[in-house]
Structures are given as C-alpha cells and as structure tokens.
Design a protein around this ligand. Structure first.
Ligand code: G3P
Ligand code: MG
Length: 245
C-alpha cells in the first residue's frame, strides 16, 4: 500500500527564504507541504510574534530580547536582509498576519509555543488563544506544539478543540503519562535520537509521530518504516515526490 509522505515546512520553506517570514510561508504550497510550522512568543506589549530565538540578533538587523520590545519596535526591524539581499524589507510577522495568510492559502498551521526561562506561559497561552479565535480559522487547521508540557496543558484547558503535539528532543521514559495528561494528538521528536522501539511505543499508543528537522530524505528512510507520519523539514520539496511502498 502506498502511503503519502507528508511534510511540514519548518519555519516556512526556511532553506530558501528567511525563516518565519511571509516570504518563507508563500513558498510552502508550491514546495508540496500542507503545513507550516512557526515559533511564537510575546512582544513586551503582549502581541504574539513569529520568531524563533529569544533575541532578534540572529534573524534581524536589530539587537535585544523579543520580550522587551514592543510590536512597533519589532515591526521596524528588517527580518530578511540577514538571509539574502533579495529579502530586505521582510518583517517579523504577527501570529494574526500568519493566520490570515494560512486561511487564504488553505494551509494548516503548527503553532509552536516558544517558552524561554522566565517567560509568562499563561500570558502566552491567553494571547495566542485570543488571536486564534479572532482569526476564525477552522480549528482543525491548527495544531499547538511546545517543548513545554505545561503550555500544552494550559491550551487543553483553554482551547481544547485545537490538537496538541508534544515536542521532545528525546522521548522520555514517562512519555505516555505526559501525553495522557495533555490529551495529546502527536509527538514531535528529533529524528537523530528516535529509535524503532520508541516509535512503535508511540504509534501503538495511538499518537501521530512527527520528526524534526531532517533536511535530506535519505536520513529518515528507516523512520518512515517505523511509522513516522510526518517530517518537519526546511526543504519539503526534497520529499514531495517520494512514496512509501
Ligand atoms: O517543531 C519542530 C522544531 O521547530 C522544534 O525546534 O528549535 O526548531 O523550534 P525548533
Ligand atoms: Mg519550532
């Protein structure tokens, strides 16, 4: 039986355009993914912003902590020039802008709730819930993921109809208890550490299993055989035409 090899575009098509920008999101469909993964954290004035690092230093022309900058300060920064001159003028998107694009494009969005030490988890969850609800996106088109089990627990309480995926670099011994606690839909783990027995455990327990971030299909040939359902990759096109037999 042929099974489609599904991908999520990690931070958009981040191999070809600056990560977590509209330019990277606009490539997703033509590169064969139905899903975009983004990283979300709050600005100083409580706006969910799409950016991975704790600071703006790596991916913009500014310096400083995301959580100490207002949305208007963050919006002044260039988020494309660090990647390539062609992308000068890209801005850090808000979650709201991203949801609008995802709806227009008919895509799905994996919203990773980024929790850095001393971040206010409840505030992040509250604001994200607010923006997702206001967008009126069908909730089946959204998935919350996080390394922070507490953030996912909070999302289960506040917006239970959005599915939840637990991120782990390595699947821990207490995995099933933690997944049960958040009524998880999926497990997202680092492909480099996954072993067959763990993959089987997760699949037998009824969860979807995703791997991040293999950028060459040959790295995960065996992972598909173990039952992995989706690869979260910077280069989705590399997988677009491969089929499992
Ligand atoms: O969602 C998978 C992946 O994004 C998790 O790690 O650091 O790339 O956000 P990171
Ligand atoms: Mg991420």
């Amino acid at each position: 039986m042929k099974k489609e090899r599904k991908t999520t575009a990690h931070r958009g098509v981040s191999s070809l355009a600056p990560e977590n920008t509209m330019a990277a999101f606009k490539l997703v469909k033509e590169h064969g993914s139905q899903w975009i993964e983004i990283d979300v954290q709050l600005s100083a004035d409580g706006v969910p912003m799409v950016i991975h690092d704790r600071t703006v230093n790596r991916c913009t022309n500014g310096r400083g902590s995301v959580r100490e900058m207002s949305v208007s300060q963050l919006k002044m920064l260039d988020a494309g020039g660090w990647f390539d001159d062609r992308y000068v003028g890209e801005r850090i998107p808000t979650l709201e802008e991203t949801l609008l694009y995802v709806q227009e494009a008919g895509l799905h969005l994996n919203i990773e709730l980024k929790v850095y030490p001393e971040d206010n988890v409840l505030a992040l969850c509250d604001k994200v819930k607010e923006v997702v609800e206001e967008s009126e996106i069908p909730l089946s088109q959204v998935l919350f993921s996080s390394f922070d089990n507490q953030a996912l627990y909070q999302m289960m309480l506040t917006l239970p109809l959005v599915r939840r995926g637990q991120l782990w670099q390595q699947i821990p011994d207490e995995a099933l208890a933690l997944l049960h606690k958040i009524e998880a839909y999926s497990v997202h783990c680092d492909y480099r550490f996954l072993v067959k027995q763990e993959a089987e455990l997760i699949k037998e327990a009824g969860y979807q299993l995703f791997c991040y971030t293999p950028n060459f299909p040959e790295l995960v040939e065996k992972h598909w055989q173990w039952g992995v359902d989706m690869m979260i990759t910077d280069d989705p096109k590399a997988y677009a035409l491969t089929l499992e037999s």
